[in-house]
Design a protein around this ligand. Structure first.
Ligand code: PFF
Length: 446
């Protein structure tokens, strides 16, 4: 396939697109419950450390490869490896990335579907006046209805794939430009509301005063996996976005801006969620149901709570939408590279992800006891192993490719930060990011 001619319309559009990819379930759903289960502030501290030492440098590596290759990830890796005189097997890294985004999008779409259901329920006032027991039982009953899960999964995937089919500037860029500022505004509003509740100071203390008793190698692995997941790094998905990057943009500046926005969204969402949870004296370590059970219960009792709850689910939906289009893009552009029209490529990806998502949707009912690996069912498998293991592993290989395999001139030009900036970045990746990812991955797995 020849080089892609598409470009993001502006530097701002690129930053918004990457932020749209980064900000999603990871910030609003996964961060609060994983932090809740892993000791709050201690987890936060380690995860921010990983974002700085691994997330940002590896994000630059990933985007840089896409920008230098100007093609879909698999084709870009193949072409750049050839240019560098390295093995064409580097293409497998792109294939592994495609497998990773495929797994992630399959459960992502199901969970995002929950936010559609809950948004509608909340707007319809179904939570007002409901007791905690009723809300808890309602969530369990919802999960046990595969028909409802599949309906919402299909709807979400349809929303996603329609945008992807419309293409980079008419689809992806337009949606991100519209939704990202709206999302941030809504979140600020919500955090402002949280500050007026009784739980605000407890939430701040819980999020920002670390205690390190709960810290184990597994927690550290979770924190690293989360750093990759939340920044959308390690699956070659940002590589696809890098291919459309404007010529004259500085990549380090963009990466730092995205990481700052991403962390701030997680913090604001955490403050909003835990303030409300603590205001009602509830348990922060509720697990994946945190947003969907604890929050409706907590909001149901606060004045004006139902309106704010609806805002929350809307926020979650918008955030996941822009991430899902990023998860789909590398698969679509790869098929395009094989000669498919974009519309056909989108349809093929949509159908296969939809089918795979069914396994997740049924994991809460019919297939609850189908546990093919490690005693986990399909939903548990695809929502833990790709984020915690595949992304760091993919990130490691991406970093090795960009910092060791790619010729200096090509990489330096694609980074867009001059020679000094390039050498600084390369040293950090070579001597900090790569060894650290390797050690944590190994330690966590053993
Ligand atoms: N960053 C997204 C989130 O936090 O929800 C998830 C994600 C998107 C992970 C794209 C990986 C990816 F390639």
């Amino acid at each position: 396939m020849s080089e892609t001619l598409e470009r993001w319309g502006s530097k701002r559009a690129f930053i918004l697109a990457v932020t749209g990819a980064a900000v999603g379930l990871g910030n609003i759903w996964r961060f609060p419950y994983v932090a809740g289960e892993n000791g709050g502030a201690a987890f936060l501290l380690i995860y921010v450390g990983f974002v700085l030492l691994l997330g940002i440098p590896v994000m630059m590596a990933e985007i840089l490869i896409g920008r230098a290759g100007r093609r879909g990830p698999i084709q870009a890796l193949g072409a750049l490896a050839m240019d560098a005189g390295a093995s064409a097997n580097w293409r497998w890294l792109g294939i592994f990335g495609a497998f990773t985004v495929f797994c992630i999008l399959s459960f992502y779409s199901v969970v995002s579907g929950w936010s559609i259901e809950f948004l509608v329920a909340s707007v319809n006032g179904q939570f007002s006046g409901a007791t905690a027991a009723e809300i808890g039982a309602g969530f369990d009953a919802f999960l046990a209805s595969p028909g409802l899960l599949i309906f919402n999964h299909s709807l979400f995937l349809f929303m996603t794939m329609t945008v992807v089919a419309a293409g980079v500037s008419k689809g992806l860029e337009r949606l991100n430009n519209l939704l990202m500022p709206l999302l941030y505004g809504l979140l600020l509003l919500l955090a402002g509301y949280a500050a007026t509740t009784d739980g605000f100071s407890t939430a701040l203390a819980w999020l920002f005063l670390p205690s390190f008793e709960a810290l184990t190698p597994t927690v550290v692995l979770h924190a690293m996996g989360h750093a990759f997941f939340t920044l959308a790094v390690g699956a070659c998905a940002l590589m696809a976005y890098g291919a459309y990057m404007p010529e004259d943009q500085s990549l380090p500046k963009a990466a730092v801006a995205v990481a700052a926005l991403d962390i701030s969204v997680a913090l604001l969402a955490g403050i909003a969620i835990f303030s409300v949870v603590f205001a009602q004296g509830m348990d922060p370590a509720e697990g994946p149901g945190l947003m969907f059970v604890t929050l409706p219960i907590a909001f149901a009792e606060l004045p004006g709570g139902v309106v704010w709850l609806s805002v929350f689910f809307l926020l979650l939906l918008l955030a996941t939408w822009t991430s899902a289009i990023n998860l789909a893009e590398p698969m679509v552009v790869t098929l395009q590279g094989l000669g498919c029209r974009r519309s056909i490529a989108t349809a093929i990806v949509a159908l296969s992800v939809w089918l795979m998502g069914l396994l997740s949707a049924f994991s809460f009912s019919t297939l609850a006891d189908f546990r093919p690996l490690f005693g986990r069912n399909v939903f548990e498998l695809v929502s833990s192993i790709p984020p915690d293991v595949f992304l760091p592993l993919g990130g490691l290989m991406i970093a090795i490719f960009a910092a060791w395999v790619m010729p200096r001139t090509t990489a330096m030009q694609a980074l867009g930060a001059g020679e000094g900036g390039y050498l600084l970045w390369r040293n950090v990746v070579r001597w900090v990011s790569i060894p650290l990812t390797f050690i944590v991955l190994l330690g966590g797995l053993l």
